[in-house]
Write a protein that binds this ligand. Structure first.
Ligand code: SAH
Length: 218
């Protein structure tokens, strides 16, 4: 099994400085990214590139998000340690590890069995206590709702109403919405104390598609 090393730690510190220069300001987010060994979430053939600010292919034709995107979405949650956060699209498990480093109580769903089987032992070996589910996250995780934050790491074709319904008052949903043939627009959606819904857009990103109504049989 591969492990962490001073070389990787040094590369991570450089990456964190790049993210700071690109505009990530939340010191808790930067500290969280400085602690997660991203190279362990990538195939060993990509290990030397793990601390570049780039997305890379993982199993099942999916991608590990670019560190900037992971930092941006985490920062957009604007939640204190102890918050209950649901991630849709576990993929490699990297974003879930960053959320765990933020001190959140993390739930994550993945619909590709191969990725679920990869990320589950990895997160647990690294000591991250994350509740992982295999299945379709399009409808959220009603059994564990409501959440302080929901973070979607695949492009949703439209605003996912079921996820909005699973937010606590003042809870935040961070979701890229739009067609996958083009960029998607990152949305932050939150509910106020009176039940009103607010929607702010945060810029353009590019994600793999969020699939819905799929067969996720074992
Ligand atoms: N957060 C991941 C990035 C994964 S890419 C990481 O840090 O590595 C997006 C992931 O969303 C893919 O693994 C894809 O299989 C998953 N996905 C797409 N649609 C989904 C759905 N409806 N439910 C759960 N996961 C989904």
């Amino acid at each position: 099994m591969r492990n962490d090393s001073p070389k990787h730690q040094g590369q991570r510190m450089q990456l964190v400085e790049q993210l700071r220069e690109r505009g990530i300001q939340d010191e808790n987010v930067l500290a969280a990214l400085s602690r997660v060994p991203r190279h362990l979430f990538l195939d060993s053939s990509f290990e030397q590139f793990a601390y570049r600010d780039a997305a890379f292919p993982i199993r099942a034709q999916q991608t590990i998000s670019q560190p900037y995107t992971v930092a941006f979405q985490t920062e957009a949650l604007q939640l204190p340690a102890g918050s209950k956060v649901l991630e849709i699209g576990t993929g490699s498990g990297y974003q879930a590890a960053v959320l765990a480093e933020m001190g959140y109580k993390v739930f994550t769903i993945e619909r590709q069995k191969e990725l679920f089987d990869f990320s589950r032992p990895l997160l647990s070996k690294l000591g991250y206590r994350v509740t992982q589910k295999f299945g379709d996250g399009y409808k959220g995780l009603p059994a564990f709702a409501p959440f302080d934050g929901i973070l979607v790491t695949a492009a949703a074709p439209e605003l996912p109403e079921a996820l909005i319904d699973q937010l606590k008052p003042m809870g935040r949903l961070i979701v890229p919405v739009g067609d996958v043939s083009d960029d998607q627009l990152m949305h932050a959606i939150w509910r106020d104390e009176e039940g009103g819904t607010h929607n702010e857009t945060l810029g353009n990103f590019r994600f793999v598609p969020m699939l819905k109504d799929v067969d996720t049989q074992r």
